[in-house]
Design a protein around this ligand. Sequence first.
Ligand code: ADP
Ligand code: MG
Length: 473
Amino acid sequence: MNNSFSNKNLKNLNSENLDWKEIQTQMKNKLGLEVYESWLKKINFVDEFNNYILLTVPTRFIRDWITSRYLDQILQIIKNHKKGIIRIEFKISDQNSEKDDKERKFTQSSENQENISFIKDSYLQYNRIDPNKRFDNFLTGSSNKLAYEASLKVTENISNYNPLYIYGGVGLGKTHLLNSIGLELKNNNKVMFISAERFMYQFVKSIKSNDMVKFKEYFRNTDILLIDDIQFMNGKEAMQEEFFHTFNALLDKGSQIIVSADRAPNKLPRIQERIKSRFSGGLVVDIQKPDYALRKRIVERKTEELNNFYSDQLKISSEIQDYISTEVTASIRELVGAINRIVSFSRIYKKTPNLAETKVILKDLLNLIENKVTIDLIQTLVCKFFKISKNEMLSSRRSRYLVRPRQTAIYLTKILTSKSLPEIGREFSNRDHTTIIHSVKTIEKLKEKDPEMTDNINKLKNQILYNSKDNEI
Ligand code: ADP
Ligand code: MG
């Protein structure tokens, strides 16, 4: 007994690599056989790095589907085996397959030329510049204008701002900007685009294989060094030492350095003071969360691209576009993710989702606002909008000027809360649930015919969502 126990322990200690079979079994158990068979089975394990793992899936579409729905749970399962893993990276393995050809054409990227088996061995493989992330498809608003302009300046006049340090929260466009700079300059300069994580990995690997000379030479030869997510560089004095010297050598010879991070230089933990002060020595710009106007433009642009691509098979209504722009506020990545989910849904069910379905599809991206929307708030705002009193709304009078607002409030209650029909009936002076259904149907029909009605409903919906958010704080 004792023996087997200690053997087991030993095995665990020694098992450096993830047991992918075991992870698969757990995914099957946790997420269900159907999900597993249709999607997760297609994931293959490639390699494990410092704090992330590399997996492959056959197509871009499957990757998007998996990342949008199951990534968190998969990561959790993996973390239970290996605490240190903080993210998962997917590669597309089946680049030449016939199926999903359309998706591939739509989002063609440099990844297409990458050969997975080289990824560990060649510095060049780290230089992943994505042709889809360009200046011309980076939309700007007050939240990111400065960072955009500074990045553009760097490509026009190298060494004006050196280093350029861009910081901001997750999914706000830092990598997009760094990538755009690389793309713009790579034809006439030696460009190196690398994440801090990979820099560290490469560094450690070079030490182990006695390849430091090559490592140094490689980095010190670049004209443009783009380092993404510097907050992940930590500890390891020797590596910071090397980084500092590389940094200085590059600045001395007039190379341009661009760094991104999730926080300001002085807030970086575990990074030497002298490196931080180097970062602060150039231009430091930040990116803030997008405001409504920018979110709306991003949603519109992305929807337009998709509509063109699917040659009008797919129409994401302006109602849904508004809803996404209002609700998905955390980052641009989530915004883009939200639209991709709507598209996946539409393609699978051969129809675009309505508002209720959209809420389900985007559930985890939304701030679960629905619990915060109260019937009282809806009634108050609808009354204000139509300039009637609440008593009038709740009365049994059937004058036309009261009926529409009443039906509108009932309709909005149905779509913005999870209340049942009888519950809604009770809140509207004990009306019967058939009256509630009738109201909802009437408004739905009117909306189809009457653009002004649609417009009013959208305005009201936004007001309600907006105000319920204020209540939350
Ligand atoms: P970060 O590196 O800050 O986490 P990314 O650069 O990866 O964020 O951006 C997340 C996603 O949002 C990417 O798909 C990117 O192309 C898109 N994106 C970010 N900012 C913009 C923008 N201003 N205009 C268009 N797309 C954007
Ligand atoms: Mg990034």
